[in-house]
Design a protein around this ligand. Sequence first.
Ligand code: SAH
Length: 257
Amino acid sequence: MPIGIMSAIPEENRRLVEALEGPEDVVIDGMREYHSGTLFGEPVVLVFSRCGKVAAATTATALISRFDVRSIVFTGVAGSLSSDVRVGDIVVADRLVQHDMDASPLFDAFEIPLLHRSYFDGDRGLTRALIAGGEAFVGDLASHVTPDDLAQFAIGTPRVSRGLVLSGDQFVTDRAYARSLCERLPGALCVEMEGAAVAQVCFEYGRPCGVVRVISDAADETAAFDFTAFVDRVATHFSYGILEHALPIIGGALRAR
Ligand code: SAH
């Protein structure tokens, strides 16, 4: 069974698709391209989902029910919600929550109606492998990202953290809103638009889920300024480099189960 690898932005997916080895196959379904092949020695299905929870959840469902992936890894960018997490740092989700889910007073804020939970866990083995992959990639950073690009985004030695990731259908560019999210969901490290939706689908289908994010912005008024340049020149290499190190570990761990 292959490992499903999702990204929400084409640039995050591009280098991975280029690195795919044969026999390759492309299936076009529901406006998505599913690329099957071997990546860093492991059988995978790569797909670019587009942004947001609906796009991510439908794509994750197709990966499971049509391509029978045994686990899903999501790689992408996110806005920081913590002073400990800066642009260029890597965050691996050990828990995820949909920050815009609110069916109160029928259910608690953030609780997924009728699922009796607000939080979804990242799979422990995948999380460990993504942290190891992130750390190995940081040690090898200079061979992936040019000194000029690192300097432009003031990236020194990126830190790799594990913690709570928030997902919702907003690109967060309002510092006061970001602060209110942190007050309501203490311990949040970053905010993005897909991870907790993928984690919910994986929970419902009983498949392990791992989410890794490189911080692209501070989830404030400056968030959109250099976003495209960051994704193009930095994030694409992070996705590739982290998975280059993490995928063989993930493959080994899944085979040992
Ligand atoms: N048109 C843009 C859309 C980007 S949407 C493009 O494709 O280039 C932002 C994406 O980055 C989402 O996939 C989301 O998960 C992530 N992201 C990065 N910073 C974010 C922030 N501050 N708030 C929410 N999502 C963020």
